[in-house]
Write a protein that binds this ligand. Sequence first.
Ligand code: ZN
Length: 505
Amino acid sequence: MSKTIFNLRIWFVAIILLIASSAKVNADNSSENTKTPKYIFFFIGDGMGLSQANTAEAYLGALNKSNGIKRLNFTTLPNQGFYTTYASDRFITGSAAAGTALSSGEKTSISTIGMDAKRQKPLKSVAEVAKEKGYKVGIVTSVSIDHATPASFYAHQPTRNMYYDISLDLSKSGFNYFAGGGFKHPEGDGKIDENNTMANFGMGADQKLAKKKPNSLEVAKARGYTIINTLDDFKALQKGDDKIISIAPRLAGGKSLPYSIDQDEKTDISLEDFTRKGIELLDNKKGFFMMIEAGKIDWACHANDAATVIKEVLQLDKAVSAALEFYKKHPKETLILIGGDHETGGMALGFSGSHYQSAFSLLQNQNLSYEKFAQLVKEYRESTKQPDVNYGLELVKKHFGLGNEEKNLKLNEFELQQLKDAFEKSMIYEYKMSKDDQFYLLYGSYDPFTVTACHILSQKAGIGWTSFSHTASPIPIRSIGVGAEQFTGFFDNTDVSKRLKKLLE
Ligand SMILES: [Zn+2]
C-alpha cells in the first residue's frame, strides 16, 4: 500500500516536473520570439545632444510659466543610455563617420560613407541586413536624401561629397520608401551650390567629379521607383505603394525641408507627415525598418540659432509620437530608438553674461530661421547703396523681438554696438567662410548681422554657444520596446548597430 503511494508520489512529482519544464521551454521560446523586433524605428537627431532636447523642454516649461521642464515624448522613454562618438581619425566626429558607425557598427574615418576607415571595403548597414531578412525599409530625412546621415544607411562611397554616386546607390538599394528633401546632384556635375555652403560646412566640392550621365533620377525610375514631389501626390500615396521616393514640394537651402519655424502647415510636408506615411506604406506582415533623421537640428546649431533648434527638436518629437502610436498597437513587436550622431554648437543651458538667470520664453519672439533672416539681410544689401543701420535694427526687432522693451528685450549699449558692428560688416560684402579670418570667432561662416542677432537672443534667454562646429560630448539614446534594454548604460556609437544587428539575427 505504502509502496503504491510512494510510486504515485514519484509519478506525481515527475508529471509536475514535466509540466514545469515544458512551460519553461514555452516561456523561453516566447521570449526568444519577442527578442527580434518586427518593426524597428531608428530616429537620429543630427547634432542633438542632451542640451538640444533639454532646451526644448525648458522652453516648453517656461511657456507654461514653470521654472522646470515639460518633458518631450522621447525623453520619457523607459530605457536610456549614452554613447561616445569619436571617429577613427578624429576625436570630434562628423555626420558621415558617425552615421556609418550608427548604421554599420564599425568606426570609420571623417567624411566616409558606409566604408571602412581606409575607404576600401563597404560596410553593411543594419538597414541592408533588415532588407536581407525580408523587412521593408524606409529612409526619411529633413535634409537632402543623399546627405551623409541617410546615405550611411544605403550608400558606400569614399566621401560624402560624391552626391551623384550616392544617389545612384540609393536606387540600387532596392529600399521601399525614401522621403524628405531632394537630391543635391542628380546630374553629377560635381558642383557644390555656392549659396548652400551651410549644407556642406566647408567640405567643399570634390573637384575630381566630372559631369556624369545619366541623371540619377532617371536611373531610379528605370529601377522601378516612382518619384513624387507634390502635396497631392504625397497625400494620394497609400498602402501597397512600393519603391517610392517622396520629395518635399518646397525645398530650402541644400535641398532640405524648410525649417519647422519657416514651414506652412497647409502647403509643406513635415518630418512627422513623412514618418506617418512611412508607417502606412511599410507596414506589412514581415515587418519594417525605418530610419528617420531630424537633420536640421545640426544646421541650426551650426548657426547658433536656439529658437530654430527648439522647433526642430519639437518636430522630431512629433515624428516620434507617430511611432509611439504604432508601438501602442504592437507593443510586443516594436522597437523604437532615438539617438543622435553628435552634438553641435556646444550648446549650454547657461551663459556667462546671464549668470544664474534663464528666460527661455524670450525665444518665442523669434519668428523665422537664421536662414530666412540672412536672406532678408542679403536682399537689403543688394537693393541699397546707402545702407541704414536703423533699417537693420528694425529688422531684428520685427523678427527676433530685440530692442522691444514690452517684450523684455531691451538692448544694452554693448549689445547695440555688437549689432551695429555686425550690420556694417553684413552690408560690405557677402561673408564667406574662412577659418583663418579674425572674424570667424565672432560670426563663423554666417552672415554677421544674422548670427549676432541669434547670439544676443540666445544669451538673453540664458543659452550659451561654444562652437560653430560639432563637439565630442557623449550622446543620449532613448528607447522602448522589444530589445530596448540592450541600449542602456554607457557604450560606443558602434555598439548601437552591433546590438541592432544581433537583435535581427
Ligand atoms: Zn554638422
